[in-house]
Ligand binder design. Structure first.
Ligand SMILES: [Cu+2]
Length: 124
């Protein structure tokens, strides 16, 4: 059956398009000009996973961990200004919760939750 063969080759092509390394695709967060500003507002990633912010808006934004703005001295990440059409990527973060905001528009707030990798046995 011809259609069956076409379907199979499409499926195989899709599978082989994935990188063969064990690195999972980056978790993507979109910046938006309106609420909730970071989409998804709370993004969960597993340890070792990259996180990438895309800025499709016509405005500069930052991705600034709250720890960079208080006196805690625990600044996990700060993108600096991400230009329109630009992206910002973090290769990985230690497990934890990372509230962040935009330095330019403090109303923009998001959260990254880094969970322990399900591949590793729990230490609790
Ligand atoms: Cu902003």
């Amino acid at each position: 059956m011809k259609w069956h063969a076409v379907f199979l080759s499409l499926a195989v092509g899709t599978l082989t398009a994935w990188p063969s390394t064990a690195i999972p695709p980056a978790t993507q967060v979109l910046m938006d000009s309106g609420s909730p500003y970071y989409v998804p507002a709370a993004a969960t990633v597993t340890t070792g996973g990259a996180i990438r912010w895309d800025n499709p808006t016509p405005t500069h934004h930052t991705v600034t961990h709250d720890g960079c703005l208080d006196e805690s001295g625990r600044c996990a990440f700060d993108s600096g200004a991400v230009e329109p059409g630009g992206t910002y990527t973090i290769p990985s973060l230690p497990p934890g919760r990372y509230p962040y905001q935009c330095r330019i528009h403090p109303i923009m707030r998001g959260m990254i939750i880094v969970a322990d990798s399900p591949m590793l046995p729990s230490q609790t």
